[in-house]
Design a protein around this ligand. Structure first.
Ligand code: HEC
Ligand code: HEC
Length: 355
């Protein structure tokens, strides 16, 4: 990706070609866009819960089904390895879903899988698991989501299913390999009365209980005592985050690979991603950051630094069609800075956010 950027700067006429390509991409995207992502219902963490423990990845079986599971894992941890424009930033799925999507309370895939298809009252629509995955490509990865039924979405579904089902089987003492599913079954998700589940698990958990496994999502933390403040957050950032994420939130790139992910700017998640909401980022940060040393920040510090990182420019909301205020009114009625005046400048852009 960086190569591309450099080439753009180097040659003026190439820019024209790319501009044409870009408008094509925007067009293609407009037709395939997922509608609004539902904010997950975040509930405070319950004390002393037992979380599902997926089997070790070494236990993924040989053969065609196992290969899909392995491919899903690979895409999840090295999303940058996908070619084309499926990914439009420098992130990997696992940058936010910790421990390769296996960590409880960091939106683990093993819990997500059994929560779809999910009915959405707002638009009277059912979202399948692969549609939810597409949403993360569109917003968190700032890309053009792979098509439904594509090998990428089948693989990510297979990985999620395998983690979840292996964990449930071990917990309810069902021996043997995880039952194989067809691609069509895999991408729908596991919240269905007709979803094939071993009897012991079916007896132990209803479909609804399965959809709310302990450790799902990012747990809510208390509201801050003082209204969150990007100004105070800047100080927290300098003390606890900058050493890894850089003085301009740019992350760390060595030899074309980002070993530390960017938090804002052109290489990070866009304005439609869940992480741009201050509350969602605060929940994530409180538990997971600084990396591998979570729970260090006070509640107030987590909110303030979440406000600070999200009070910066980042790629445009892909639903944007020329009207920041209109989009803000329609999709941004939550805790965020879309369409607000810039207080912290990035990339020298001095205009309202999302413009
Ligand atoms: C920038 C951080 C970030 C990245 C990168 C990211 N996600 Fe997410 N993801 C989130 C957040 C935050 C949520 C919760 C959504 C919300 O509340 O709006 C979420 C939700 C999900 C869910 C639904 C979880 C549930 O319990 O219902 C799935 C599945 C998912 N992401 C998969 C992926 C995949 C696959 C990728 C890579 C292609 C990815 N995510 C990349 C932050 C991220
Ligand atoms: C020791 C290095 C380190 C420190 C310090 C650190 N992070 Fe991170 N951060 C990481 C790594 C590594 C990841 C990606 C985790 C992964 O891929 O497993 C990450 C991921 C993130 C993400 C999600 C991915 C993205 O790019 O948006 C956010 C948000 C974030 N960190 C915020 C913070 C904040 C806020 C602080 C300070 C309170 C902080 N981090 C401190 C290393 C660090």
């Amino acid at each position: 990706m960086n190569f591309l950027k450099k080439a753009l700067v180097a040659s003026a006429w190439l820019t024209v070609v790319f501009a044409a390509l870009f408008s094509y991409v925007t067009l293609a995207q407009a037709t395939e866009l997922q509608d609004e992502q539902a904010e997950l219902v975040s509930v405070p963490k319950e004390a002393a819960r037992e979380y599902l423990q997926p089997r070790s990845l070494a236990a993924i079986p040989e053969g065609e089904f196992g290969d899909k599971v392995r491919l899903g894992y690979k895409i999840f941890v090295d999303t940058q390895g996908l070619t084309g424009n499926q990914v439009g930033n420098e992130l990997n799925c696992s940058n936010c879903h910790m421990n390769a999507g296996q960590q409880a309370n960091a939106s683990p895939l093993w819990a997500a899988y059994f929560a779809y298809p999910a009915y959405r009252k707002k638009n009277d629509k059912v979202n399948t698991y692969e549609e939810r995955l597409q949403g993360c490509f569109t917003y968190s990865m700032n890309g053009i989501a792979p098509a439904k039924g594509s090998p990428e979405l089948v693989a990510l579904s297979a990985y999620s299913y395998w983690l979840g089902m292996s964990g449930l089987m071990d917990k309810y003492q069902v021996a043997g390999a995880v039952p194989e599913l067809s691609d069509e079954e895999l991408v729908k998700g596991g919240k269905r009365a007709d979803f094939p589940v071993p009897e012991a698990i079916q007896k132990a958990l209803t479909v609804d209980q399965r959809a709310k496994l302990p450790g799902k999502g990012f747990p809510a933390i208390d509201k801050p005592k003082l209204a969150y403040s990007p100004q105070r957050g800047k100080t927290v950032y300098g003390a606890h985050c900058q050493s890894c994420h850089g003085d301009n939130g740019q992350g760390l790139e060595i030899a074309g690979v980002y070993s530390l992910p960017p938090l804002w700017g052109e290489n990070s998640f866009n304005w439609g991603a869940g992480m741009h909401r201050v509350n969602t980022a605060a929940y994530f940060i409180y538990e997971n950051m600084p990396f591998a040393k979570g729970f260090q920040l006070s509640n107030q510090e987590a909110w303030d630094v979440a406000a600070y990182i999200n009070d910066h420019q980042r790629p445009q909301d892909p639903r944007f069609k020329g009207d920041v205020q209109g989009l803000k009114d329609r999709y941004h009625k939550h805790q965020g800075y879309y369409g607000e005046q810039v207080s912290a400048t990035v990339l020298g852009v001095e205009k309202p956010k999302g413009n």
